[in-house]
Design a protein around this ligand. Structure first.
Ligand SMILES: O=C(O)CCC(=O)C(=O)O
Length: 300
Protein backbone atom coordinates (compact mmCIF):
# COMPACT_ATOMS: atom_id res chain seq x y z
CA UNK A 1 0.00 0.00 0.00
CA UNK A 2 1.12 3.57 -0.44
CA UNK A 3 3.14 5.67 1.98
CA UNK A 4 0.13 7.33 3.53
CA UNK A 5 -1.63 4.17 4.59
CA UNK A 6 1.56 2.58 5.85
CA UNK A 7 2.14 5.59 8.13
CA UNK A 8 -0.13 3.92 10.68
CA UNK A 9 0.46 6.33 13.54
CA UNK A 10 -1.42 9.15 11.82
CA UNK A 11 -4.72 9.05 9.95
CA UNK A 12 -4.81 9.80 6.22
CA UNK A 13 -6.41 13.16 6.94
CA UNK A 14 -3.26 14.18 8.82
CA UNK A 15 -0.95 12.72 6.21
CA UNK A 16 -2.75 14.71 3.59
CA UNK A 17 -1.86 17.90 5.34
CA UNK A 18 1.84 17.15 5.46
CA UNK A 19 2.53 15.12 2.31
CA UNK A 20 3.39 16.23 -1.22
CA UNK A 21 0.99 16.64 -4.13
CA UNK A 22 2.43 13.48 -5.65
CA UNK A 23 1.77 11.33 -2.59
CA UNK A 24 -1.74 12.75 -2.26
CA UNK A 25 -2.49 11.92 -5.90
CA UNK A 26 -1.09 8.40 -5.56
CA UNK A 27 -3.14 7.72 -2.45
CA UNK A 28 -6.25 8.87 -4.27
CA UNK A 29 -5.54 6.70 -7.31
CA UNK A 30 -5.03 3.65 -5.12
CA UNK A 31 -8.21 4.39 -3.25
CA UNK A 32 -10.09 4.57 -6.57
CA UNK A 33 -8.87 1.05 -7.42
CA UNK A 34 -10.07 -0.21 -4.04
CA UNK A 35 -13.64 1.04 -4.40
CA UNK A 36 -14.87 0.60 -7.99
CA UNK A 37 -18.38 -0.19 -6.72
CA UNK A 38 -18.63 3.22 -5.04
CA UNK A 39 -17.50 5.10 -8.14
CA UNK A 40 -19.02 3.28 -11.08
CA UNK A 41 -22.45 4.96 -11.23
CA UNK A 42 -20.99 8.32 -10.28
CA UNK A 43 -18.55 8.21 -13.19
CA UNK A 44 -21.15 6.85 -15.61
CA UNK A 45 -23.67 9.60 -14.83
CA UNK A 46 -21.28 12.58 -15.07
CA UNK A 47 -21.25 12.76 -18.90
CA UNK A 48 -25.03 12.32 -18.99
CA UNK A 49 -25.41 15.32 -16.70
CA UNK A 50 -22.79 17.44 -18.49
CA UNK A 51 -25.16 19.16 -20.99
CA UNK A 52 -27.08 20.62 -18.03
CA UNK A 53 -23.99 22.20 -16.44
CA UNK A 54 -24.43 25.88 -15.61
CA UNK A 55 -20.75 26.58 -16.21
CA UNK A 56 -17.62 24.85 -17.40
CA UNK A 57 -14.87 24.93 -14.78
CA UNK A 58 -11.62 24.25 -16.65
CA UNK A 59 -8.76 22.27 -15.15
CA UNK A 60 -6.44 25.16 -16.02
CA UNK A 61 -8.42 27.79 -14.09
CA UNK A 62 -10.20 25.67 -11.49
CA UNK A 63 -12.84 28.38 -11.01
CA UNK A 64 -15.68 30.30 -12.65
CA UNK A 65 -17.37 33.40 -11.25
CA UNK A 66 -20.90 34.13 -12.47
CA UNK A 67 -22.37 37.64 -12.03
CA UNK A 68 -25.56 38.21 -10.06
CA UNK A 69 -28.78 37.64 -11.95
CA UNK A 70 -27.78 34.57 -13.91
CA UNK A 71 -29.15 32.07 -11.34
CA UNK A 72 -32.41 32.34 -9.42
CA UNK A 73 -31.26 32.91 -5.84
CA UNK A 74 -34.30 34.60 -4.26
CA UNK A 75 -35.18 31.83 -1.81
CA UNK A 76 -31.65 31.14 -0.61
CA UNK A 77 -30.83 34.83 -0.19
CA UNK A 78 -34.02 35.32 1.85
CA UNK A 79 -33.08 32.28 3.96
CA UNK A 80 -29.59 33.70 4.55
CA UNK A 81 -30.96 37.01 5.81
CA UNK A 82 -33.55 35.28 8.01
CA UNK A 83 -30.78 33.12 9.46
CA UNK A 84 -28.59 36.13 10.23
CA UNK A 85 -31.50 38.01 11.83
CA UNK A 86 -31.99 35.25 14.42
CA UNK A 87 -28.42 33.96 14.86
CA UNK A 88 -26.47 34.44 18.07
CA UNK A 89 -23.43 35.82 16.24
CA UNK A 90 -21.53 36.90 19.36
CA UNK A 91 -22.11 33.53 21.04
CA UNK A 92 -20.95 31.64 17.97
CA UNK A 93 -17.89 33.86 17.60
CA UNK A 94 -16.96 33.27 21.25
CA UNK A 95 -17.00 29.48 20.69
CA UNK A 96 -15.49 29.51 17.22
CA UNK A 97 -12.17 28.15 16.05
CA UNK A 98 -12.06 31.15 13.68
CA UNK A 99 -14.04 34.09 15.05
CA UNK A 100 -13.65 36.01 11.79
CA UNK A 101 -15.53 33.30 9.83
CA UNK A 102 -18.38 31.41 11.45
CA UNK A 103 -21.10 29.13 10.19
CA UNK A 104 -24.58 30.31 11.10
CA UNK A 105 -26.82 27.30 10.56
CA UNK A 106 -27.11 23.87 12.16
CA UNK A 107 -26.70 21.57 9.17
CA UNK A 108 -28.57 18.72 10.85
CA UNK A 109 -31.64 20.98 10.79
CA UNK A 110 -31.75 21.18 6.99
CA UNK A 111 -34.45 19.24 5.17
CA UNK A 112 -34.77 18.54 1.47
CA UNK A 113 -37.06 21.59 1.31
CA UNK A 114 -34.51 23.95 2.86
CA UNK A 115 -33.52 26.56 0.27
CA UNK A 116 -29.84 25.86 0.87
CA UNK A 117 -30.21 22.16 0.08
CA UNK A 118 -32.54 22.91 -2.81
CA UNK A 119 -29.68 24.98 -4.19
CA UNK A 120 -27.12 22.27 -3.47
CA UNK A 121 -29.23 19.68 -5.29
CA UNK A 122 -29.99 21.87 -8.31
CA UNK A 123 -29.08 19.86 -11.41
CA UNK A 124 -27.27 22.67 -13.27
CA UNK A 125 -25.03 23.33 -10.27
CA UNK A 126 -24.44 19.66 -9.54
CA UNK A 127 -23.70 19.00 -13.22
CA UNK A 128 -21.01 21.71 -13.22
CA UNK A 129 -19.31 20.10 -10.22
CA UNK A 130 -19.74 16.59 -11.70
CA UNK A 131 -18.22 17.59 -15.03
CA UNK A 132 -15.19 19.09 -13.34
CA UNK A 133 -14.68 16.20 -10.91
CA UNK A 134 -15.44 13.48 -13.49
CA UNK A 135 -18.13 11.95 -11.31
CA UNK A 136 -21.29 12.83 -9.42
CA UNK A 137 -19.97 14.22 -6.14
CA UNK A 138 -21.30 14.16 -2.59
CA UNK A 139 -22.72 17.34 -1.11
CA UNK A 140 -20.77 17.30 2.13
CA UNK A 141 -21.32 20.79 3.47
CA UNK A 142 -23.99 23.46 3.04
CA UNK A 143 -24.18 26.48 5.28
CA UNK A 144 -24.34 30.24 5.61
CA UNK A 145 -20.96 31.73 6.50
CA UNK A 146 -20.68 35.05 8.29
CA UNK A 147 -17.43 37.04 8.44
CA UNK A 148 -16.47 40.25 10.17
CA UNK A 149 -13.42 42.10 11.41
CA UNK A 150 -11.98 40.53 14.55
CA UNK A 151 -8.43 41.88 14.64
CA UNK A 152 -5.47 43.12 12.61
CA UNK A 153 -3.41 39.95 12.61
CA UNK A 154 -4.14 37.65 9.66
CA UNK A 155 -4.83 34.11 10.84
CA UNK A 156 -5.59 30.68 9.37
CA UNK A 157 -7.83 30.98 6.29
CA UNK A 158 -7.16 34.73 6.09
CA UNK A 159 -3.82 33.64 4.62
CA UNK A 160 -3.28 31.88 1.30
CA UNK A 161 -3.87 28.12 1.53
CA UNK A 162 -5.30 25.14 -0.36
CA UNK A 163 -7.90 22.95 1.34
CA UNK A 164 -6.39 19.70 2.56
CA UNK A 165 -9.47 17.49 2.81
CA UNK A 166 -9.59 16.48 -0.89
CA UNK A 167 -7.14 16.58 -3.78
CA UNK A 168 -9.84 18.31 -5.82
CA UNK A 169 -13.29 19.55 -4.92
CA UNK A 170 -15.79 22.21 -5.87
CA UNK A 171 -17.01 24.80 -3.42
CA UNK A 172 -19.86 27.01 -4.54
CA UNK A 173 -20.02 30.43 -2.91
CA UNK A 174 -23.00 32.75 -3.31
CA UNK A 175 -22.78 36.34 -2.08
CA UNK A 176 -25.82 37.15 0.06
CA UNK A 177 -25.12 40.91 0.04
CA UNK A 178 -22.86 43.08 -2.04
CA UNK A 179 -19.17 42.41 -1.39
CA UNK A 180 -16.50 44.99 -2.18
CA UNK A 181 -12.71 44.85 -1.85
CA UNK A 182 -13.13 46.39 1.63
CA UNK A 183 -15.56 43.77 2.93
CA UNK A 184 -13.47 40.61 3.05
CA UNK A 185 -13.88 39.05 -0.39
CA UNK A 186 -12.78 35.52 -1.10
CA UNK A 187 -9.55 36.03 -3.02
CA UNK A 188 -7.85 33.31 -5.03
CA UNK A 189 -5.41 32.33 -7.76
CA UNK A 190 -6.22 30.19 -10.80
CA UNK A 191 -5.33 26.51 -10.38
CA UNK A 192 -2.40 26.68 -12.83
CA UNK A 193 -0.83 29.63 -10.99
CA UNK A 194 -1.48 27.95 -7.66
CA UNK A 195 0.39 24.89 -8.87
CA UNK A 196 3.38 27.09 -9.73
CA UNK A 197 3.32 28.55 -6.22
CA UNK A 198 3.03 25.09 -4.62
CA UNK A 199 5.94 23.80 -6.68
CA UNK A 200 8.15 26.81 -6.01
CA UNK A 201 7.45 26.98 -2.28
CA UNK A 202 7.47 23.21 -1.58
CA UNK A 203 3.91 23.68 -0.36
CA UNK A 204 2.34 21.31 2.16
CA UNK A 205 -1.37 21.48 2.80
CA UNK A 206 -1.01 22.48 6.43
CA UNK A 207 0.89 25.59 5.31
CA UNK A 208 -0.37 29.15 5.14
CA UNK A 209 1.44 31.56 2.83
CA UNK A 210 1.74 35.31 3.14
CA UNK A 211 0.93 37.53 0.16
CA UNK A 212 4.63 38.29 -0.05
CA UNK A 213 5.56 34.61 -0.31
CA UNK A 214 2.97 34.07 -3.05
CA UNK A 215 4.05 37.21 -4.86
CA UNK A 216 7.71 36.20 -4.68
CA UNK A 217 6.88 32.78 -6.11
CA UNK A 218 4.92 34.25 -9.02
CA UNK A 219 6.77 37.50 -9.59
CA UNK A 220 3.65 39.49 -8.64
CA UNK A 221 0.00 38.99 -7.80
CA UNK A 222 -1.47 39.98 -11.17
CA UNK A 223 -3.48 36.78 -11.49
CA UNK A 224 -5.26 37.27 -8.16
CA UNK A 225 -9.08 37.16 -8.46
CA UNK A 226 -11.41 38.73 -5.88
CA UNK A 227 -14.97 37.55 -5.55
CA UNK A 228 -16.73 40.90 -5.36
CA UNK A 229 -20.15 41.79 -6.70
CA UNK A 230 -23.82 42.09 -5.94
CA UNK A 231 -25.91 39.65 -3.94
CA UNK A 232 -26.37 36.53 -6.04
CA UNK A 233 -22.85 36.57 -7.51
CA UNK A 234 -21.83 32.91 -7.56
CA UNK A 235 -18.41 31.27 -7.74
CA UNK A 236 -17.47 27.67 -8.42
CA UNK A 237 -13.94 27.11 -7.10
CA UNK A 238 -11.70 24.13 -6.59
CA UNK A 239 -10.40 25.21 -3.20
CA UNK A 240 -8.00 22.26 -3.06
CA UNK A 241 -6.24 23.31 -6.27
CA UNK A 242 -6.69 27.10 -6.09
CA UNK A 243 -4.78 28.97 -3.38
CA UNK A 244 -7.23 31.25 -1.63
CA UNK A 245 -8.01 33.33 1.43
CA UNK A 246 -10.90 35.46 2.62
CA UNK A 247 -12.45 37.55 5.40
CA UNK A 248 -9.81 40.28 5.50
CA UNK A 249 -11.72 43.44 6.30
CA UNK A 250 -10.50 46.93 5.43
CA UNK A 251 -13.86 48.23 6.62
CA UNK A 252 -13.94 47.22 10.29
CA UNK A 253 -17.66 47.83 10.61
CA UNK A 254 -18.57 45.64 7.65
CA UNK A 255 -19.78 42.05 7.52
CA UNK A 256 -19.90 39.44 4.78
CA UNK A 257 -22.57 36.77 4.43
CA UNK A 258 -22.17 33.97 1.89
CA UNK A 259 -23.66 30.59 1.11
CA UNK A 260 -21.08 27.85 0.95
CA UNK A 261 -21.67 24.44 -0.61
CA UNK A 262 -18.96 21.80 -0.72
CA UNK A 263 -18.89 18.94 -3.25
CA UNK A 264 -16.33 16.19 -2.78
CA UNK A 265 -15.85 12.66 -4.12
CA UNK A 266 -15.85 9.34 -2.23
CA UNK A 267 -12.05 9.56 -2.53
CA UNK A 268 -11.90 12.54 -0.19
CA UNK A 269 -9.54 12.15 2.72
CA UNK A 270 -12.22 13.40 5.03
CA UNK A 271 -13.92 10.02 4.46
CA UNK A 272 -11.45 7.86 6.27
CA UNK A 273 -14.12 5.15 6.01
CA UNK A 274 -16.86 4.42 3.55
CA UNK A 275 -18.65 7.69 2.67
CA UNK A 276 -21.96 5.79 2.78
CA UNK A 277 -21.70 5.63 6.54
CA UNK A 278 -20.46 9.20 7.07
CA UNK A 279 -21.81 11.54 4.36
CA UNK A 280 -23.41 14.44 6.20
CA UNK A 281 -26.85 14.51 4.60
CA UNK A 282 -27.36 10.79 3.97
CA UNK A 283 -30.21 10.62 6.49
CA UNK A 284 -32.33 12.78 4.17
CA UNK A 285 -32.61 10.13 1.47
CA UNK A 286 -36.05 8.51 1.33
CA UNK A 287 -37.42 5.59 -0.72
CA UNK A 288 -38.80 8.25 -3.10
CA UNK A 289 -35.39 9.86 -3.71
CA UNK A 290 -34.08 9.49 -7.23
CA UNK A 291 -30.66 8.07 -8.03
CA UNK A 292 -28.99 11.46 -8.46
CA UNK A 293 -30.21 12.62 -5.04
CA UNK A 294 -29.08 9.35 -3.42
CA UNK A 295 -25.64 9.77 -4.91
CA UNK A 296 -25.41 13.44 -3.95
CA UNK A 297 -26.43 12.74 -0.40
CA UNK A 298 -24.04 9.83 -0.21
CA UNK A 299 -26.15 6.73 0.43
CA UNK A 300 -24.87 5.15 -2.78
O1 LIG B 1 -14.00 33.20 2.59
C1 LIG B 1 -13.17 32.99 3.47
O2 LIG B 1 -13.03 33.69 4.45
C2 LIG B 1 -12.24 31.80 3.34
C3 LIG B 1 -12.97 30.57 2.92
C4 LIG B 1 -12.07 29.38 2.83
O3 LIG B 1 -10.90 29.42 3.06
C5 LIG B 1 -12.68 28.11 2.44
O4 LIG B 1 -13.91 28.01 2.37
O5 LIG B 1 -11.92 27.17 2.15
Amino acid sequence: MNKIKSAKEKPASHAFRVSTDEIRRKYRQERAVEMPDRLERRVALAPELAPRAAVNVSREDGYVVVPAGRFEMGAVLAASHAMLATADVAGKQADAHKAFLISLGEQRAWSLDSPILQLGLRPEIVAAAASYLGMVPILQYANFMYSSYTGEELLKSQLYHCDSDEAEQIKVFVLCDEVTPATGPLTFLPASQSQVVRDRTGYRYKNRLTDQEVSDALGGLDSEVTMTGLAGTTAFIDTSRCLHYGSRFQDRSAQRLVVMLQYVTPLAFLYTDDHRSTARFRHLVTPESDELTSLLLGVQ
